[in-house]
Design a protein around this ligand. Structure first.
Ligand code: FES
Length: 112
């Protein structure tokens, strides 16, 4: 079961920028790639590097610590241990589709 959770206004993450949020105890990095938003776990599966600080190249985020890279798209993601989340924009706000956690509808959101 999942829910759509608002994390930010679009103006907070302009094209080429990224920002991380805590949603249901998960740290999620949100990237604006040429006006399209992508959401991926902020924790690199190699050694927990902060993917939000990585750069995006050809649809992949490159980890800032040891340069592993991960596709951003949530469509047919590889089995690489990195969660992707669908993102949508509605009336100037960014929403992410996340699993319903222990807190049900009362999600905890904190930008990092
Ligand atoms: S921590 Fe990401 S590549 Fe090593």
């Amino acid at each position: 079961m999942s829910q759509w959770v608002k994390v930010a206004e679009t103006a907070e993450i302009p094209p080429g920028d990224s920002k991380a949020f805590i949603v249901e105890r998960e740290s999620i990095a949100v990237f604006n790639v040429d006006g399209e938003y992508f959401a991926i776990s902020n924790r690199c599966p190699h050694a927990a590097g902060p993917l939000v600080q990585g750069f995006v190249e050809k649809g992949r985020v490159v980890c800032p610590w040891h340069a592993w890279s991960f596709p951003l798209s949530p469509v047919n993601p590889p089995n690489d241990g990195v969660a992707r989340y669908r993102a949508r924009v509605d009336d100037g706000s960014i929403f992410l589709e996340v699993p319903v956690g222990n807190y049900g509808q009362s999600s905890i959101i904190r930008s990092m």
